[in-house]
Design a protein around this ligand. Structure first.
Ligand code: GLU
Length: 429
């Protein structure tokens, strides 16, 4: 049994699925398939560095609150640590650690020269003013100043953060070191060295992977019935691009609930509606209200969970009607549910492949910054498409060669590449 002693246990209810244990069980399955050396598995099961800082912040009412801020650096065997910063009430050290490990496999699978990291602060950003969020972000960055940097660890947006937070991070880091360092973060605004296409990148990647999977089934995106859980950065961009490609988006949701329209939603109109109504989609004309739980079990061709972890579990897996499940979120399908879906012939497109578009364009942003040469959006999209399609075909090929499902195929590729790099680098001292 692998020791996870580095990470404190969290309060557990009977239904609690520890995200770190789940990430380790995926790793163990890949290690078994690859017949990986036990010592290598032991190394890869532990994050290299776990940092928790205290973020004292003065709220607008004068009260001082201290928030925990995590940054977990799982592996830098292939290059600098890379991964998003999450602001969400459900953030815990174990969740951040699991997501950091996923980033390692994701970057290795996509063939981009990064290791994996993740950061997070357990807050609901909607409950804080812009000024408070800025003070939280700046103090969090300054507490991590020695742990991040363009050659060390490069944060990016994740759930609850965006280009705005990246600009604050870049500025705080730059002011502290005494000169402008755009490469310390990716997903930043265009005005300070961001990349064209980054905002839509994760959603675009989801669209590309779904399109490839449909092509393999002899289908196209035209007329395909799609359900999307989540209408944040990823869900919204995926909806828009799938809609443009001719798919019928019949339901979408946010944390506050979902909407359903049998004949498909007008996504551009919905986007405009959400922008006018503080990101709420409830009450969109011509659609009927639906709960998040019911949305997942709707009859459709493609289901895209683009919100939180553990949405499709042993509890609801038998009611899932989709033929393809594309994991736009990280870890929305549990290991057991994945196996049950595969047994029924449902294709599950794993997170480290399906949602990799974001980090791929982060990489392209970093490359453009390092070479002081910025590309037009068409080039960014083309380069990203190439890396996504290549990884998709490698996963399909690996799944056929090893006779394993797509998740295990993706993991064996990602884990295998990191293990190989670790082997040739050797263990210091
Ligand atoms: N947060 C995104 C992810 O989970 C993007 C990370 C990045 O761009 O570094 O993949």
């Amino acid at each position: 049994m692998i020791s996870k002693s580095l990470l404190p246990l969290e309060a557990a209810s009977p239904a609690y699925i520890c995200p770190y244990d789940q990430a380790c069980s995926y790793l163990e399955a890949a290690a078994k398939e690859l017949k990986l050396d036990q010592g290598l598995l032991e190394i890869l099961s532990h994050p290299r560095k776990v940092v928790t800082v205290s973020i004292p912040v003065k709220l607008d009412n004068g009260e001082v609150r201290v928030l925990p801020g995590h940054r977990v650096q799982h592996s830098d065997v292939l290059g600098p640590y890379k991964g998003g910063i999450r602001y969400h009430p459900a953030v815990t050290l174990r969740e951040v650690s699991a997501l950091a490990m996923l980033m390692t496999w994701k970057c290795a699978l996509l063939g981009i020269p990064y290791g994996g990291a993740k950061g997070g602060v357990p807050i609901d950003p909607k409950r804080y003013s812009v000024g408070e969020l800025e003070r939280i972000t700046r103090r969090y960055t300054s507490e991590l100043i020695k742990d991040i940097g363009p050659a060390i660890d490069i944060p990016a947006p994740d759930m609850g953060t965006s280009a705005r937070e990246m600009a604050w991070m870049m500025d705080t880091y730059s002011v502290n070191v005494g000169h402008a360092v755009p490469g310390v973060v990716t997903g930043k605004p265009l005005a300070i060295g961001g990349s064209r296409g980054r905002e839509m990148a994760t959603g675009r990647g989801v669209m590309i992977i779904v399109r490839e999977a449909l092509t393999d089934r002899g289908q196209s995106l035209v007329g395909v019935r799609v359900v999307i859980q989540g209408f944040g950065n990823v869900g919204c961009a995926a909806a828009e691009l799938l809609y443009q490609a001719g798919a019928k988006i019949i339901a979408v949701s946010t944390g506050a609930g979902g909407i359903f329209a049998q004949n498909g939603l007008d996504i551009p109109a919905l986007k405009a509606y959400a922008a006018e109504n503080h990101k709420s989609i409830v009450g969109f004309p011509g659609a009927i209200a639906i709960s998040n739980a019911d949305l997942l079990t709707l009859s459709c061709d493609v289901l895209i969970p683009a919100a939180l972890e553990n949405q499709i579990t042993q509890e609801n897996v038998h009611q899932i009607q989709a033929q393809i499940v594309a994991e736009a979120a990280n870890g929305p399908v549990t290991l057991e549910a994945n196996q049950l879906l595969e047994a029924r012939g449902v294709t599950v497109l794993p997170d480290i492949l399906a949602n990799a578009g974001g980090v791929v364009v982060s990489y392209l942003e970093w490359v453009q910054g390092l070479s002081y040469l910025f590309w037009d959006e068409e080039r960014v999209n083309r380069e990203m498409e190439h890396l996504m399609v290549q990884a998709y075909h490698q996963v399909i090929q690996q799944s056929k060669t090893r006779q394993v499902n797509l998740r295990l195929a993706a993991y064996t590729l990602g884990v295998g590449r990191v293990a190989q790099a670790l082997t040739v680098r050797g263990l210091y001292p």
